[in-house]
Design a protein around this ligand. Structure first.
Ligand code: MN
Length: 189
């Protein structure tokens, strides 16, 4: 099969002023699209062509000979997950069920936000911070480059992209300011 990007769940300017339309146009229209185009070219005529995206990620993970397929497939997946992890007029309080689980596993919603921000800011170089479910518990993990929790048997719930292309046009080097704005105004509980 050939992978096409799902449309963004909102207009490119809908996340302003926290993420600009220009960032979204590059991030979705160029970066995300390029991962999909690369993946389609790489799997053409291979056994990966008959797999769905998650199958490709699991089958290519951890193998040097399929690293390029893994990187592009995981980045297609991670970005689709990221677009849905935020929304216009996001932020605020999580819904009751998630709030109770965050309180159980992190102590409070505020404590969760502090730990999530620390993971996002401390990821060295390119990568992602995630809220995941792992063996029935909620956890925060960070992944480098294209790596993704579904390659490690964890279920992702929320993610933030901390590659520089996610924030450089709007925040330059100030990753912490981007993460603060994201948690306060964009997170889609
Ligand atoms: Mn990105």
């Amino acid at each position: 099969m050939s992978f096409e990007l799902q449309p963004l769940p909102y207009a490119p300017e809908a996340l302003e002023p926290h993420i600009s339309a220009r960032t979204m146009e590059f991030h979705y229209g160029r970066h995300h699209q390029t991962y999909a185009d690369n993946l389609n070219a790489l799997i053409k005529g291979t056994p990966f062509e008959s797999m769905d995206l998650e199958e490709i990620i699991r089958a290519s993970a951890g193998k040097p000979e399929t690293a390029a397929i893994f990187n592009n497939a995981a980045q297609v997946y991670n970005h689709s997950f990221f677009w849905r992890s935020m929304r216009p007029n996001g932020g605020g309080e999580p819904k009751a069920e998630l709030k109770a689980r965050l309180e159980k596993d992190f102590g409070s919603v505020e404590k969760f936000k502090e730990e999530f921000k620390a993971a996002a800011v401390s990821q060295f170089g390119s990568g992602w911070a995630w809220l995941v479910e792992d063996a029935g518990r909620l956890k925060i993990v960070k992944t480098a480059n294209a790596d993704t929790p579904i390659a490690h048997g964890m279920k992702p719930l929320l993610t933030i992209d901390v590659w520089e292309h996610a924030y450089y046009l709007d925040y330059q080097n100030r990753r912490a300011a981007f993460v603060d704005a994201w948690l306060q105004h964009l997170i889609n509980w």
